[in-house]
Ligand binder design. Sequence first.
Ligand code: GLA
Length: 850
Amino acid sequence: MIQIQRDAHRDQGNEKLRLENTPQIATKENRLFVVLPDDVDWRSPVARAGWLWYTGGAAQLRKAEGSIMIRVHDGLIEMHTQNTSYILATGQGGLAENLHYGAKMRVHGAGEALRAKVAVGFGGDVLRPGDTVSPGAMRLELSPTQRGDFREGALLAKLPHGGFSADFTYKTATHGQGPAPGGGMPQGRGAGETLCLSFAGTGGLEVELFYSLFYDTDVIAKKMRLTNRGGEAIELRRCFSTQLDLPGCDYTLTTLNGAWGRECMPEKRALAPGVAAFGSTSGHSGNRCNPFFMLARGEACETAGEVYGFNLVYSGSHRGSVEVDGFGRTRVMQGLSDEAFSWTLNPGESFITPEAVLSFSAEGYRGLSHNMHRFVRRHILPPRWATAPRPVLVNNWEGTYFNFTEGKLLRMARVAARLGVELFVLDDGWFGARNSENAGLGDYNVNRKKLPGGLASLARSVNALGMDFGLWFEPEMVNEDSDLYRAHPDWAIRTPGLSPAKGRKQYALDLCRPEVREYIIRSVGGVLDSANIRYVKWDMNRDISDGYSPALHNQGEFGHRRVLGLYEVLDNICGAHEDILFEGCASGGNRFDLGMLYYMPQVWLSDDSDAHMRQKIQTGASFGYPQCVMGCHVSAVPNHQTLRNTPLDTRFNTAAFGLLGYELDMTALTAAQKGDIKAQIAFYKKHRRLLQQGDFYRLESPFDSAHGACRWMVAAPSRDAALVGDFEGLLWPNSTRPNMRLPGLNPDALYDIAVRAQKIDLDAFGGLINYVLPVHLNPDGMLVKTAAKVYRLDGEAESYQAYGSQLAAAGLARLQEFTGAGGYSPQLRFLTDFASRLYVLRRIGEKRAR
Ligand code: GLA
């Protein structure tokens, strides 16, 4: 009998798990003790059933003997996660038919009640010899090509005779513990069990479909392996990672679209007959369309209803599509972009697709997001960093751009250290002739004019201030004006006969060439070993054009081979420096995906640090990604991307719902601003675990609110603490506000609720200042300006006590806002455009039984 006991010192236990990277399982008197991460409920049936094991720091679910995740019987394949079921039937026409993907269920017998009933077929059916039902009338996991299913299919291959028509006939279903084959690409870590369906294909093309189950997060990951069992080459034209046919077409599709500076904008559309296709052709996952998307059934909303989520563990060009056919059924596919794709599969060779991630929740968009967040935290991020507290950083980019000296950096660092910053990051411009965008990329030798002492000495000085030192690189790129380009012009990607296009005045390096990969590994590795560098910002600032590599025979392989080359480089560099914290960046979120997050536990989400815009970007990203992967900085105003002025507190309150950093010239701050920032950082450190790892709730979306207001909450898995961010958009004067309802708390717990203390700037009042002061002052005069620098009014103090059930059912009534008409009172909240507040909730007791 296996028992699981909650560790008495959970925090200590988790820390140990992270450091030693070993399973936290101990047996004592025939009892098994397992340390659970904070976000796993130790009372859950899963834990009680004795399923929870650990490998390499990632939670993994297994049963001691047998399996209740995957069952194969009576021509039926059942896959079950904690709350979902994925049911397939095999046999009919040699096909694998999808009977159900969605809410968890128990299947009776061979699933007769679920199977489609087609007695005489449909008008217009195309039947293969032996078919009683046309493939076009079935919900299929893999379609034969040009054999009766005329929807787009996941696989398209040109066979040795030059034709495309093909059958793929089901052979076997096998399953076992552990992952699917990786194929040199990242994939979910710690899969509980994996199913493999194999099919014999026309022309010797063997197909295997893999389904890896991540029981605890309700995620099923899918991929396809193709093997040429014939004697002649086969050309793959399209091979997606998943094909899923859903019943009906009453779904709303949400994709995350955008551009530089406004990534992850959720775009909703109702499905209509035909194909809705989306994705990227720019060589990386891209800011135009993130690989994450959702389908919500019927009236599903944030808090209720059935929602499916899809993502891809991949960083290159990708394609998603949703097709509604003439019978009103929906086919969902996702995988590598088939734009300019062609892959030569020689006899005996295999091709593995990237891994697609599928999840389902019956609890609305919120439930789906929680599944995805748990999956990313437990099964994607490097275990070393998954739950490690991330440091508060300062980055010099918007403070200096290329124009800095060692003296300037150290002056900034000294202020930062005094305010509580833990990591000083030196951004672009420290190497070669990199004094502008025009030159230097590729030459990672330190610029001694700017940094006469070199990196090691700068790192020592920063360390002496009590901070870690971090550094920026853009290793996949080269400027024409660089020593690297002069020595190896052919390393830049170009197509014969075309003069290559530039992006941000630079070329991309050809990662299909082994010598280029070796150069990057050597040059970046050399710098990392030359100084005490604890953090790397790995940037990538242009889209890929002119795709071609002299290293390849088939140029249709260029896009994917370049990404495989990148993963080889990252395996080497990140693998050899596991203790360095890597942050991905691509002009902000131009490569914000599960593939990069597998190597780098955080990503600079957007170059746009305007707090109002960031609330939108972070809300959009939160549908698929947890806050512990989002780099979020407080920057100067007017904002450098939007020229908007937002209050310093709002910039902090917004960035606090991610990984906090400051990106401004700290030497230019007033004494009052320094005081504010010091208090912000202390607050963030105090609540860091909650802010970085807590369960995230979208309470009010800036996309749905008429005035652009936004409200978020994070709650500790124990529900002992929570934090609410309440953000104004444009102020709506003289309004009554509804109570702030807070879901997800422990209904029986009593909470203490207090607003984070903020100050009010005197100059926020303009001419109104004369109504509260006994003397008359010129609001634009020196006196007010000088006084405003050193003296501010205390903001309102609000504190309450309430039960969780009360906050969920009726919410919290807050103080009235300043309205102009009624004048000044300390019982008012002074809200301006883009003002915000943070409310801290702390559990202080339990409801007494009556
Ligand atoms: C990109 C990044 C910025 C900064 C600059 C430096 O734009 O997104 O954060 O690092 O490059 O050139």
